[in-house]
Design a protein around this ligand. Structure first.
Ligand SMILES: [Zn+2]
Length: 146
């Protein structure tokens, strides 16, 4: 009984100790569904726009001088431009991947379709794609279809 309690406590302790390590591993390894690279870029872009808005406000209310305002604004705009360029690249990559994905899916579906052996010509080996009485390649009668 005591041993059982001790084991349960040890297991609890092990989970307690390992949980942060495990969660740290998953966050750096496989990303959660909602944190896609594109989603992250969008979030960062919004942050930059937010910063620009704040900067504008601070300049208008006289909290920072013109020189700081100009240099900060240039930095933010550069950052926004870089993020937009990266976003465009990521979107193009995603589109390409989608095209490839569709291609792969289509080919897999094609391969899964079992070829009906009754339309394979026994004389020349041609695999007639549609039900036929005579081979489309050599004209021999297809066995079983008379
Ligand atoms: Zn044939």
């Amino acid at each position: 009984m005591l041993l059982g309690i001790a084991i349960v406590m040890l297991l609890g302790l092990a989970v307690f100790v390992a949980a942060p390590l495990l969660s740290a591993q998953t966050s750096s390894g496989t990303l959660p569904v909602d944190v896609t690279p594109l989603g992250d870029l969008k979030r960062r872009r919004l942050v930059v726009y937010e910063n620009l808005k704040d900067l504008e406000f601070e300049y208008q209310s006289g909290k920072i001088d013109r020189q700081d305002y100009e240099s900060l604004k240039t930095n933010y705009l550069g950052e926004a431009a870089a993020l937009m360029a990266t976003t465009r690249q990521a979107e193009e990559l995603k589109e390409k991947e989608a095209v490839i994905e569709r291609e792969v899916t289509a080919r897999r579906a094609l391969r899964r379709q079992p070829r009906s052996p009754q339309y394979v010509c026994l004389k020349c080996g041609f695999e007639n794609p549609v039900p036929v009485k005579f081979c489309g390649e050599c004209g021999a009668r297809i066995a079983g279809k008379s």
